[in-house]
Write a protein that binds this ligand. Sequence first.
Ligand SMILES: [Zn+2]
Length: 200
Amino acid sequence: MSPLTHLLGSWLIASATTNNPRDRKLVTLAGVLPDADGLGVVADVVGSWFSGKECTFYYYQQYHHLLLHGWPGAIVISVLLTFFGKQRWRVLGLCLLLFHLHLLCDLIGSRGPELGDFWPICYSEPLFRHPIWFWKHQWKLDGWQNQSIFIVLLLASLWLAVKRGYSFVEVISRRLDSAFVKVLQKWHRHLLGSEGKRVP
Ligand SMILES: [Zn+2]
């Protein structure tokens, strides 16, 4: 699934299972960081831009879903994040859970454009080649299933943000989040106000 879908789903779960902003952010990050192994795409695009050659997405193809989509990545990322947590045992457990939920979501919804273009989970990479898992009914990365899940998660996240006064943007910046939530709450009040006027 897309990193944004992972972010929304992880933040919603973290919001329901942690009791402070720092742990919430750490647990959310555990559900997003596996896709950091796709950052080779930046090197690919920049390299192609400077060299003038066609972009082959070499680093992206070589490392995405291989460096951080297995148990070694789960342990490294979860332990690192736990180090910064307040309720550390809870953070560790939730980080491992969210990391594996990311892998499960990728397993069911990350197929390429062609029918047989499966994207497997190589659970022991980058240490061992096996086991390799794939699901033969894996749906397309941009399929309607992923789009529907994204819309539901987005609506739920916006609703929770208005209600609680913080949003998934807090993962990037608390200040940006505060501005974002103020706008959301203003729209929400405006929406309620205009609806109220229509009711006699
Ligand atoms: Zn992923």
